[in-house]
Design a protein around this ligand. Structure first.
Ligand SMILES: Cc1cc2nc3c(=O)[nH]c(=O)nc-3n(C[C@H](O)[C@H](O)[C@H](O)COP(=O)(O)O)c2cc1C
Length: 193
């Protein structure tokens, strides 16, 4: 990256990352082409194993199609105004001579693209939520996919509904997790100096 390139300060970036939360409740306002373009642009710039880019990003806004996908997606708790489906393109994988059953990098590339899109959605004041609890074969039918395109990850997207998520209190409150709880220095179990 060019040294003169404008970039967010570390504090600004961390603020963005820390303030993103999954959103499962949306207004009916449509998501604009420009916003969806920004999200797929962010996905394109996600780091990709071997720089292979074997995934495609399918933008879906037709409410009937989204409804149908939802019928095979128990993890999709709400019908969003937009959906971005991350697909593995088996033809692209074959061109790269990849044997996907032995290649975990495929999954990691799905995650890097998804995370970039979620952070971009947040920067655009949109809400998003991953959905991985869905039937691959069912979603492929609902999306009318050819056999070489495998749906791996659904990302629901929309303008967040104004009502805040109900906070869980007391024993049901989520246990806060700090980076320190997850990070060791030099040796497993050794916390930061
Ligand atoms: C791999 C993966 C799969 C997920 N699958 C679903 C899902 O099927 N349905 C859903 O509502 N949320 C799903 N989530 C969202 C998580 O529940 C959510 O990210 C987690 O509770 C942390 O919330 P946060 O992202 O707001 O910090 C998934 C998240 C990840 C990373």
């Amino acid at each position: 990256m060019s040294g003169s390139m404008a970039r967010p300060s570390p504090e600004q970036l961390l603020t963005l990352l820390k303030s993103r939360r999954v959103c499962r409740s949306f207004t009916e306002e449509p998501v604009s082409d420009d916003d969806l373009r920004m999200m797929t642009e962010a996905a394109r710039w996600a780091t990709s194993a071997g720089n292979r880019h074997i995934h495609k990003f399918l933008v879906v806004r037709d409410p009937a199609v989204i409804h149908n996908v939802r019928t095979v997606s128990p993890g999709m708790l709400t019908a969003p105004p937009a959906l971005i489906v991350i697909l593995t393109d088996l033809e692209a994988a074959a061109r790269e001579s990849l044997q996907l059953e032995h290649d975990h990098a495929n999954w990691m590339d799905v995650g890097t693209a998804a995370m970039n899109m979620m952070n971009m959605a947040h920067a655009l004041s949109l809400g998003s939520c991953p959905v991985t609890s869905f039937s691959r074969s069912g979603a492929a039918v609902m999306l009318d996919l050819p056999p070489h395109l495998i749906p791996e990850w659904l990302l629901i997207v929309g303008h967040p509904a104004p009502a805040p998520r109900p906070r869980r209190l007391g024993a049901n409150a989520p246990k806060p997790v700090a980076a320190r709880d997850l990070t060791w220095w030099e040796q497993p179990g050794r916390h930061e100096p």
